[in-house]
Design a protein around this ligand. Structure first.
Ligand SMILES: N[C@@H](CCC(=O)N[C@@H](CS)C(=O)NCC(=O)O)C(=O)O
Length: 232
């Protein structure tokens, strides 16, 4: 088999470094010990026809392997976890339980956390951004409470470190420095266990090393506008 090829950006703003979703795929590949190659896209290239043929929404990451092309980081991580040993148990019930936590991470926990990025960054200049933050925080808090309760004093959600943990840690680390997560020391410790894994470190280093490109035209003006809004 030839090495799988993933897509990633050659430049993102500082706040996104280490968080772009190809990271989750890199981490999964590192966990199972599968080398891969990266096709880098400059900002804007993701919306062109060539990339849209791989990814209908014009986003990264994608994954290509021997004629198979996939998009959606969750689906790609699931594919990696079922193809190589390391992130999924061998039995069907164990697989279902690991998959359950993949969906919980992406479908139930990540959506309110993603809203924070709109309030704090992407739409920070909108008049409703600041007044909206408390309700976003409330939704995140409620989810974190339930996640912490279910984790209890377990190390991981379904026995060993599995694909569900890989995605849950990826999602929770988005708010790693936010007081919302600090309210749950067991979740802080859970994220630390995940991010202390050697495969995590290799994946972060690889993503960071790939940022060799330049910002798209107009980025400096956009950033200045947001900074001005943040000071109001
Ligand atoms: N649900 C998708 C989301 C992918 C996504 O949001 N990708 C972002 C980077 S993290 C992107 O490519 N944004 C650029 C754009 O939308 O133009 C996945 O998990 O693969």
């Amino acid at each position: 088999m030839t090495k799988p090829i993933i897509t990633a950006f050659d430049w993102v703003p500082d706040f996104a470094k280490g968080q772009v979703r190809d990271f989750r795929v890199r981490w999964a590949l590192e966990e199972v010990g599968q080398p891969y190659e990266v096709r880098y896209l400059s900002q804007g290239e993701q919306k062109g026809p060539e990339h849209r043929a791989r990814q209908p929404f014009g986003q990264v990451p994608t994954y290509e392997e021997d004629g198979l092309t996939l998009f959606e980081s969750g689906a790609i991580v699931h594919h990696i976890a079922t193809k190589w040993p390391g992130l999924m148990p061998a039995d069907a019930s164990g697989q279902a339980l690991a998959t359950e936590w993949m969906f919980a991470a992406l479908n139930t926990v990540e959506p309110p956390i993603s809203e924070l990025a709109y309030v704090d960054i992407f739409e920070a200049d909108k008049p409703w951004a600041k007044p909206r933050r408390p309700s976003v925080e409330e939704r995140i808090s409620s989810r974190l409470k339930d996640v912490a309760k279910r984790l209890g004093d377990q190390q991981w959600f379904a026995g060993d470190f599995l694909a569900g943990d890989l995605l849950m840690v990826s999602v929770l680390r988005i708010i790693e420095d936010d007081p919302l997560l600090a309210e749950h020391p067991t979740l802080v410790a859970y994220v630390k266990r995940g991010t202390d894994r050697p495969a995590f470190r290799r994946a972060i280093d690889a993503q960071m090393a790939g940022f060799t490109g330049s910002p798209p035209p107009g980025f400096a003006e956009w950033e200045a506008k947001l900074k001005a809004a943040a000071c109001n």
